[in-house]
Design a protein around this ligand. Sequence first.
Ligand code: ZN
Length: 440
Amino acid sequence: MFVIFETNGDEASGFLSNYFDIKAIALLILGVLYIFFSAKWLWRNQLNAQLEKAQKGFMRFMPVVVMSAIVFGCLYGIHWKFKEENIPFTIVSSFSEYKQTKELLKDQLAKPKGQSLHVKSNLSSQATYVIVIGESTTRRNLQLYGYDRETNPLLSEIKEELIIFDSVISPHVHTITAMDKIMTLQSFERPKVDPNVSIVQLANQAGYKTFWLSNQRAVGVFESIPTIIGSAADERYFLNGNAYNDVAYDEILLPKYEEILADTTAHKMIFVHLMGTHVGYDKRYPKDYNHFKGQRKNKDEKASEYINQYDNAVRYNDWILKQLIEALRKKSGDRYLLYLSDHGDDVFEEQNGIGHNEYNATRPMFEVPFILWSLNDQIHLFSDALNIENRRYSLEDFVHSFADLAALKFDGYDSTKSLFNVEFVPKKRIIKDTIDYDNW
Ligand SMILES: [Zn+2]
């Protein structure tokens, strides 16, 4: 329901169109008709007669009272036992929960600084750090992770400069719920942190000038959670006014990105929020990126078409990342670029369909790329020595890794939860509130 309530009604409509088909709608109509005619029949044949009799004497009214009590008792019992399955109830209750969460987020995360949080930092003389947040990109379809298609021709050329973490998952498979945990102090251990703080605010407090550059639409009925988090940045650029269903190439971010890089502030932290490989795959890349064609092994024509489109989008994403890296390379001072995705999509991999849905989640939806580009020999030596590629990690703890990358410490920082710390300790990776991902 959070996904459906979220600002961009487009994400919701994309989400619904993925999971509702003619059969589901026909069944829904049949169900409603059945209830309607049953009620009408009952009313005409039974209740009316009962009521007429009841009016003749109190005792005769009793059966109706008893019947009603039983009916309400049963309804209450059903509600108590199957609350989670009760769609109308869930809509009402989760909407109020959603509104509360939203208010809290706006109140706490949209401000430049986190409430009552102490941040210490140890910044190098000049630094430009870039955090790129992808969209719906599973690592399963990345050549860098062993996929059998050339979806990363450009990043493969600079593979030596990349640290590729191969065991990172997202805590959720929807943008809103995932970003809530990835970008803030929130985690399964601490689901309702109060006051909550985002990594944008941490960077502000550490002394960086922060930038939020986004190709995802900022406006809607409500503001979306990524928008709230981004609005804490010193400078914010939402360059896409279009809906998710429209064409939205990430290259529109590049000129502004160059401008931001030219900013002469000594310490810069740049967040780039991509449209990535969001559903509507064929609308994520220009025509000349129509590279993959033909039928995939063991897949029918329709599935192959979706896979081809998704792979084209991944390949275009590879070009975008390479542009971001090459522009950053030209700068001086300490610099790195971290790329991660909010969650993945399953494109006819373990499900017979496309997209992401936590209720019917599959592994590709959780498995995300997590790649650091850096020219700093120390980080590379550190990662080689620790065999960092095999570290199991869930992005619910990302805020601690971010703190190490940004050379800052905050109240509650935990070095055992940072991928970039010698004290890192792998822990149970939770999904869906209680499930251990590694025994799922
Ligand atoms: Zn997403």
